[in-house]
Design a protein around this ligand. Structure first.
Ligand code: FES
Length: 102
């Protein structure tokens, strides 16, 4: 049975924006892509970059450190120098709040 973790209010993250949320041992980035919410790890897989401080363009986030890019929806690398996909989390919105399922 997966557990649900509440992260934030959906209204906390505008379309095209990203919010860093820390819960338990997780540092997460909550993205709003055209009204749909996606959650990834906040830490870039390439180094010390924080994806919540990166640049969002549609469904791609560019790390602010070396410019590596990930697909926000799948976690796939779409731009070097990153090689390892970013972890993504099943995300649901209920009663105006964003949750991940672990
Ligand atoms: S730390 Fe993110 S691209 Fe290098």
């Amino acid at each position: 049975m997966p557990s649900k973790i509440e992260l934030c209010n959906a209204s906390d993250v505008e379309v095209g924006a990203v919010l860093k949320v820390e819960r338990d041992d997780l540092a997460l980035a909550v993205f709003n892509v055209d009204g749909e919410f996606f959650v990834t790890d906040d830490h870039c897989t390439h180094g010390p970059g924080s994806l919540s401080e990166g640049f969002v363009d549609g469904d791609v986030v560019e790390c602010n450190f070396h410019g590596g890019q990930f697909n926000i929806k799948t976690g796939a690398v779409v731009g070097p120098p990153c090689m390892v996909p970013i972890r993504t989390y099943p995300t649901v919105v209920e009663d105006g709040k964003v949750f991940i399922e672990l």
